[in-house]
Design a protein around this ligand. Structure first.
Ligand SMILES: [Zn+2]
Length: 199
């Protein structure tokens, strides 16, 4: 009688145990498949030396005056186009500096090139991490300076590309769109006109 009572207990425990083991495996499989589906394309990490330079630049103050980043353009020729209405309810986060196609675009600051990927609005662009954690955006370029790469260190006034009308400027007059961001890449936009007009 004792045997009869005890025997069924063992297989019952075993089934539960086996079930929980398999359900854990299934859960892990499910999670890894989910992770595989939601993971975004990997960004190419910056070389460690470039990252170290960006960190070092954080301690350097951003000058109140910056040189106009298009060769041969004088302050008197600038128009304050900050805040002007743009498509889809956006407002203009930068300044448009009109110039002939192919005019040299110069880095307004020392910095490190962090991104050179094309985008729909900006076309051919360059992002440069500058002093005090600032980011500088140069858009609608006709071409990048040959040999310039992500991770490169640039000096103030160095040629980084050439004025064009790529991206949503296509069909319009060539110009440089220049944006300054103080709180990270694409965050904390400030009016570049106020920095350039004094130069
Ligand atoms: Zn613009």
């Amino acid at each position: 009688m004792k045997d009869h009572v005890l025997t069924p207990r063992w297989p019952t425990w075993s089934v539960d145990h086996t079930f929980s083991f398999f359900s854990q495996i299934l859960l892990l499989l499910g999670l890894s498949i989910l992770a595989g589906c939601t993971s975004t394309p990997k960004k190419t990490p910056l070389p460690p030396a470039a990252q170290a330079q960006i960190n070092a630049l954080r301690t350097v103050p951003l000058p109140e005056r910056l040189p106009i980043p298009v060769k041969g353009i004088k302050a008197a020729k600038l128009t304050n186009t900050w805040g002007a209405a743009r498509s889809q309810g956006r407002s203009h986060e930068g300044i448009d500096i009109m110039a002939e196609r192919g005019t040299k675009v110069l880095s307004a600051t020392m910095g490190v090139v962090v991104d050179m990927r094309n985008n729909n609005l900006g076309g051919k662009v360059i992002w440069i991490a500058g002093p005090a954690g600032s980011y500088h955006y140069y858009a609608h370029l006709d071409k990048h300076k040959r040999g310039l790469n992500v991770g490169d260190r640039v000096k103030k006034g160095q040629v980084i590309g050439y004025v064009g009308n790529t991206g949503n400027a296509r069909g319009g007059s060539p110009h440089l769109h220049y944006g300054i961001y103080l709180s990270g890449k694409g965050r904390g936009a400030v009016n570049p006109y106020l920095y350039l007009f004094k130069s």
